[in-house]
Design a protein around this ligand. Structure first.
Ligand code: URA
Length: 256
């Protein structure tokens, strides 16, 4: 029977940081079965103890799922000698076994799922599962109906095989306004023509989107992931912030 400290149990179950859950215990708001818990170091069984906070039963999760709005300048790794990592940004009393599901380039922003669920990560990244990843991109160049057709067809980016069909959508002005428009310079400063697109891919090749545009003579100047496997980036989440995934979002990912 896996027994752990009550404060760890509560923190792992998302009830707050270690110090916040210690306060809950001190305030007499935590019960184990019918007994009010007295000490944070009290042992509980993760399989069969019934733990309540303010009268509501808490379910213990051994797997955790976070949504991070990744900022530029941070690397998608668990440890790095030089740069801040996406795991460093999860600034609560976190588990040590968290990792990002796949990678975004250092200069790419947006949705990154962080978990300790190895099976889920494997499934989401498996080429066989064709998990859709949707990105917003600012492109230096003129994206046309021809470009859309080329992306739909598959692009030779120098790998063994061309890319799988990708959906490319040219965004209307209204759609652009709804998304944080950003590029290496303002439109006025940029002498080249910029195009604003949404692109959906089902693979995860190295620098895939940048290489796809390069192959058709254009350059990605800003890239942000806005959805993965049906989970959409919470736009109320400021760049660099995170939150736990909701039960509904976890469901979307695990029942694929
Ligand atoms: N494609 C890229 O080129 N970079 C990313 O970070 C993600 C997809």
């Amino acid at each position: 029977m896996p027994e752990i400290r009550l404060d760890k149990y509560l923190a792992d179950a998302g009830q707050g940081t270690r110090s916040q859950v210690k306060t809950l215990i001190k305030q007499g708001r935590v019960k184990i079965g019918a007994e009010t818990a007295k000490k944070p170091e009290q042992k509980v069984d993760t399989d069969c103890s019934n733990v309540y906070v303010d009268g509501s039963m808490i379910s213990y999760r051994t797997v955790e799922y976070y949504m991070l709005n990744k900022p530029q300048g941070v690397v998608s790794a668990t440890k790095d000698k030089r740069d801040k990592t996406v795991i460093d940004l999860i600034d609560e009393d976190k588990r040590r076994d968290l990792f990002p599901v796949g990678r975004l380039d250092k200069d790419t922003e947006g949705l990154l799922i962080i978990t300790n669920d190895g099976q889920l990560s494997k499934d989401l990244l498996s080429p066989k599962k064709h998990v859709e990843k949707i990105y917003y991109a600012t492109i230096c160049g003129t994206v046309t109906q021809d470009t859309i057709a080329q992306f739909e067809e598959g692009i030779d980016i120098g790998d063994d095989k061309p890319t799988k069909p990708a959906k490319l959508k040219i965004l209307s002005d209204a759609e652009i306004d709804g998304i944080a428009k950003k590029s290496s310079g303002t439109d006025e400063e940029n002498s080249d023509i910029l195009s604003y697109v949404e692109i959906t891919i089902t693979e995860g090749r190295y620098h895939q989107i940048k290489r796809m545009f390069e192959a058709v003579g254009m350059k990605v100047v800003y890239l942000k992931r806005i959805a993965m496997g049906g989970v959409v980036l919470d736009e109320t989440l400021p760049c660099g912030s995170w939150r736990r995934l909701s039960e509904g979002e976890i469901e979307l990912l695990v029942t694929r």
